[in-house]
Design a protein around this ligand. Structure first.
Ligand SMILES: Nc1ncnc2c1ncn2[C@@H]1O[C@H](COP(=O)(O)OP(=O)(O)O)[C@@H](O)[C@H]1O
Ligand SMILES: [Mg+2]
Length: 376
């Protein structure tokens, strides 16, 4: 007889395999400048994880250390159960795609993708078969005999991805591989990279400073700042439950206001901003936090005619003000409301009857579950 409890434990063990990449207490300094500050991270087999952070946050340093191009000041790295801390780069079985990691200009796409097999001395027949397979995967079969200067920027990056996965690496590392491309091509190639990664199942660590790119591609996102990991989670988790004001602001548009000593009851608290109307918000902070911020995403702000009730009972009145900016965005309209207590509040309005033109007087507010109190 199996009790429900036993089977639950068994399930947990199978869905949580041993991490494929283990990064432990990684610390790195360049002549006194801290680039990575005791970073620890586990990545599961086949996972697509993105390091997301502003310029200088340590993303490239982490990738370079994993690739073996830079030796960390301290800390350990394990890939597939093997400590690779002292292993030279060419023995790490890692595929690299860097924005400035150029293709060989005198070699064709096919020859570039074949190159890792020369280094590894793969038997000729096996190598040719693998190169043909990779050319198919990155959709370059028809252009295989062109040199880089005969290919567009996007096609060149597809060659770079093909070369990186050609020798079937254990890990694929990509550092802002789409940075030099225009927006449309970035989206298209981003989808292709993700498709190739899914089809090959290669555990991948991707770097970008672009939140949209990170969200559309990743299983999990690692938000970094000043060499530290600020939050790790699925795109949905970091967007809806940011751990602090930095994360909230970095992963999307957000309204932020300082709040003083909210009256807390369990997971909720009563807040008012500068003596305005009391409203309820969700608490996303621990016991010892001093400075707190209220975070509300613009798409969660509702506006309505002053004097009438809010569109739904759960939408709380917060303040009244005047629309001072109103921008048509195609599928929505972005407005800024100026009010005495809150200052400027951004709202994103979809089709509706509410006032939305510049100069209109409005009441506005939000639901308790969409107002989050977090550490500043
Ligand atoms: N070769 C280097 N020498 C000295 N400082 C460096 C070097 N590379 C990076 N840094 C510094 O380390 C920090 C992290 O840089 P980096 O890892 O390149 O960040 P990111 O890729 O997120 O922009 C920054 O302060 C940067 O100036
Ligand atoms: Mg970088």
């Amino acid at each position: 007889m199996t009790s429900p409890q036993t089977s639950r434990v068994a399930t947990t063990t199978t869905v949580d395999p041993k991490p494929f990449i283990e990064i432990r207490d990684l610390h790195h300094e360049y002549s006194g400048i801290t680039a990575l500050d005791r970073v620890s991270l586990d990545i599961q087999p086949g996972e697509f994880v993105t390091l997301l952070g502003p310029s200088g946050s340590g993303k490239s340093s982490l990738l370079h250390i994993l690739a073996g191009l830079v030796e960390a000041t301290s800390g350990t790295l394990t890939v597939a159960g093997r400590d690779i801390t002292g292993v030279p780069p060419q023995k790490r079985e890692i595929g690299l795609v860097f924005q400035n990691y150029a293709l060989f200009p005198h070699l064709t796409a096919r020859e570039n993708i074949h190159f890792p097999h020369n280094v590894r001395k793969t038997p000729a027949k096996e190598a040719a078969a693998r190169v043909a397979e990779v050319l198919e995967l990155v959709e370059l079969t028809a252009l295989a005999d062109r040199r880089p200067d005969q290919l567009s920027g996007g096609q060149q990056q597809r060659v770079a991805v093909g070369r990186a996965i050609s020798a079937v690496p254990k890990v694929l590392l990509l550092d802002e591989p789409l940075g030099a491309l225009d927006r449309r091509l970035r989206q298209q190639l981003g989808h292709e990279i993700r498709r190739v990664q899914r089809e090959t199942g290669i555990t991948t660590l991707y770097v970008t400073h672009d939140q949209e790119e990170a969200f559309t591609m990743s299983d999990r996102v690692v938000v970094m700042n000043h060499g530290e990991i600020r939050q790790v989670g699925t795109p949905e988790e970091v967007y809806t439950r940011p751990r602090d004001a930095f994360v909230a602001n970095f992963v999307g548009e957000v309204n932020l206001w300082p709040v003083q000593s909210p009256e807390r009851t369990g997971d909720n608290a009563t807040v008012n901003i500068l003596g305005g109307a009391d409203f309820t918000a969700r608490c996303g902070y621990g016991p010892d936090v001093e400075a707190l911020t209220l975070a509300v995403r613009p798409e969660r702000v509702w506006v309505w005619h002053p004097g009438s009730t809010s569109p739904r009972p759960e939408i709380q009145f917060v303040d009244s003000g005047v629309i001072v900016e109103s921008t048509f965005l195609g599928n929505s309209r972005s407005v800024v409301i100026e009010s005495e207590r809150l200052g400027r509040t951004s709202a994103l309005l979809y089709d509706g009857e509410e006032p939305r033109d510049r100069g209109a007087r409005v009441a506005f507010g939000w639901e308790a579950k969409h107002a989050l109190i977090i550490p500043s």
